[in-house]
Design a protein around this ligand. Structure first.
Ligand code: SAM
Length: 277
């Protein structure tokens, strides 16, 4: 195997917008690990578990996520911290769960850094939009069932209505982030727009964490689904592909059961942050 190229991040005064993946350290990219190991400062969101932060032993850590539904700092405040730290010459990691550009406001941070003339990079991460279904045995696309998937934020009808209004019932698998609390409203919205109430639906909680749990049923009963952990982050998956999991999941070996020591210390997902950043 050819050795990886030397890291381009040698200079100080640099920001890495890093995707942390769904939580299990084994799902971090090698580039993310490298940036964490070199970081002077890590700014992290609520859904980033403590054992990922431990991978940045030299760094000062600063929590900038949502706690109990409240932002600990404004988005502009985060931009200011990133810019000032880079100008002080620090190597900064902005660590966001999943992928920084999937419903994570990473684009706004990239624009703020661009406007300030601060050099930065994007380190993509494994988004929960695909990791959560995959870890539950749900293929978001499947020949004959779904040729595509839509990812949408479920926290507010203003966020999901325009997309759902334009999506023909069953035309694609629907993946909803930040939709655990609003799942009843989302199911009702879809049924009112012609999606059959019998459409298969799943809710995957705390994907890749030791407490990972999945509920499966239909749109009709999604709203009343009993959750193993009401505070865990979760992803809704709606569409015919959900039924494929019944055939795949029984043979799936949970990664955490076979993982090596790197994953054994995995902390539970951040509390009070189910639909948070
Ligand atoms: C602000 S969004 C950020 C999404 C992130 N950028 C991504 O690509 O996964 C936070 C939402 O991601 C989802 N999420 C993040 N980590 C998760 C996990 N381990 N299991 C299930 N859902 C997760 C939940 O829907 C949560 O409310």
């Amino acid at each position: 195997m050819t050795p990886p190229p030397a890291s381009p991040v040698r200079a100080a005064g640099f920001v890495s917008l890093v995707g942390a993946g769904p939580g299990d350290p084994d799902l971090l990219t090698r580039r993310a690990l490298d940036r964490l190991a070199r970081a002077d400062l890590v700014l992290n969101d609520a859904l980033v578990p403590a054992d990922l932060l431990a991978l940045a032993p030299r760094a000062h850590r600063f929590f900038v996520g949502k706690r109990a539904g409240r932002h600990s700092i404004t988005q502009d405040g985060i931009h200011g911290l990133l810019v000032r730290a880079a100008r002080r010459g620090q190597r900064v990691v902005r660590l966001k769960c999943g992928d920084p550009f999937v419903l994570g406001r990473g684009g706004e941070e990239a624009l703020a850094l661009t406007a300030a003339g601060v050099p930065f990079e994007i380190v993509p991460g494994v988004s929960s939009a695909i990791a959560a279904p995959a870890l539950a045995g749900i293929p978001v696309t499947h020949r004959g069932l779904a040729a595509g998937f839509c990812v949408v934020s479920g926290h507010d009808p203003a966020a999901y209505a325009p997309l759902l209004d334009g999506l023909a019932p069953g035309a694609a698998t629907l993946v909803v982030l930040m939709g655990v609390r609003t799942r009843a409203a989302i199911a009702a919205y879809l049924v009112a727009r012609g999606w059959p109430a019998t459409t298969p639906a799943a809710l995957v909680l705390a994907a890749s964490h030791p407490g990972q749990a999945a509920w499966t049923g239909t749109l009709a009963d999604l709203g009343a689904a009993t959750l193993a952990d009401a505070l865990a982050p979760g992803v809704l998956v709606i569409g015919a592909v959900v039924e494929v999991a019944a055939r795949i999941a029984p043979a799936l070996v949970p990664a955490l059961a076979t993982a090596t020591a790197t994953a054994t210390a995995a902390a539970p997902p951040a509390r009070a942050a189910a639909d948070a950043s």
